[in-house]
Design a protein around this ligand. Structure first.
Ligand code: LMR
Length: 333
């Protein structure tokens, strides 16, 4: 054999070996800080995916809107520019899956246990299945927590938010929630909220405490009222074509990594929010109000009628199926 063909053969082998060792890269983009339930769970997934696939998959996590903001990230996923996201359930309306807004209905879940009846049961599975015609595969639900209102003036009763400009996520249910109190809803990307609060473009907002604290929003909001009036959590999603194109063994390992990350996310979410509340308390930058039972009832009475109003958008059957699972009866308020 000629030296040149031997060299060529060697080069070809080296190239093939390098090509085979090249990992599949999953870009996982999200909009919150690393030090939040979602940020920590995404990092956990990246670690476990690398371990379980023995390096065949490399997950690169881009936190804090460094790669894409809210609206752009959905488009990027559908185009295949990013492979994984975990948008809040309130952000699926623009994709055309309005049913996800059921999670935004005020006071529909009385705590994590109620919520898990839905996210781990058939209703949750059927919601994730609705993403498939959009070229999106739903992999899991990850918890964050229950939202509270903040503003620069005290919020003891629903009427205290009358006339206030309140930042919301892109959900029609949240728009209606704000209107039910006479507030003026303003849809805005998460990455822009701190500045909008600081400069007075909006007067207030709603957040689980982990998001409020890690974005330092409490430093530009004089009042926080622990209304816990609605849930904020995530659907972890991937590009369907990308996912189905993975070798079956690798996909199985990633499914296992996702299962472990989901357990992890849902285990830490409550503690993370409590830790953040502690930080906010210690900062002394915002006055924290815990609504009395009467005040809480006033918020419920003002906000639960939003369920009926949004029936035609979300589906009366879907709302009823949640009431049934969680024994919620709006007429008993
Ligand atoms: C928000 O926009 O307020 C949240 O959806 C951010 C997040 O991802 O938790």
């Amino acid at each position: 054999m000629k030296i040149s063909s031997l060299l060529f053969g060697l080069l070809a082998c080296t190239f093939a070996a390098t090509a085979a060792a090249e990992p599949v890269v999953i870009k996982f983009s999200h909009v919150v800080a690393q030090d939040t339930p979602k940020g920590k769970a995404a990092d956990f997934f990246a670690k476990r995916a690398g371990e379980l696939t023995k390096g065949k998959v490399k997950v690169e996590v881009y936190p804090n809107s460094t790669l894409y903001k809210d609206k752009e990230e959905m488009e990027a996923l559908q185009l295949g520019a990013v492979q994984m996201l975990a948008p809040s359930l309130a952000k699926f309306g623009p994709l055309g899956v309005r049913e996800f807004e059921v999670f935004d209905l005020p006071y529909i879940f009385d705590g994590y246990a109620d919520l898990h009846k839905i996210t781990t049961g058939p209703v949750g599975a059927s919601l994730l299945a609705k993403l498939e015609p959009k070229g999106v595969k739903g992999l899991a639900f990850w918890d964050n927590g229950f939202k509270s209102f903040s503003a620069n003036s005290p919020i003891n009763m629903p009427a205290d938010l009358k006339g206030k400009k309140m930042r919301i996520q892109s959900s029609k249910v949240l728009e209606e929630e704000m209107r039910a109190m006479g507030a003026i809803p303003q849809v805005m990307a998460f990455s822009e909220v701190y500045q909008a609060l600081q400069t007075g473009v909006v007067d207030g907002t709603e957040n689980p405490i982990s998001n409020l604290q890690t974005q330092k929003m409490h430093e530009v909001q004089k009042h926080l009222s622990l209304t816990e009036h609605g849930y904020l959590g995530y659907a972890v999603i991937t590009n369907k074509k990308f996912w189905e194109g993975l070798p079956a063994d690798v996909r199985g390992q990633l499914e296992q990594a996702m299962k472990e990350s989901t357990e992890y996310a849902n285990k830490i979410a409550k503690e993370e929010n409590e830790r953040s509340l502690d930080i906010v308390k210690k900062s002394g930058k915002t006055e924290i109000h815990t609504p009395t039972p009467e005040e809480k009832l006033a918020f419920k009475r003002a906000l639960v009628p939003v369920h009926k109003k949004m029936e035609s958008r979300i589906g009366a059957d879907l709302i009823q199926s949640i009431y049934k699972e969680t024994n919620f009866d709006p007429s008993k308020l």
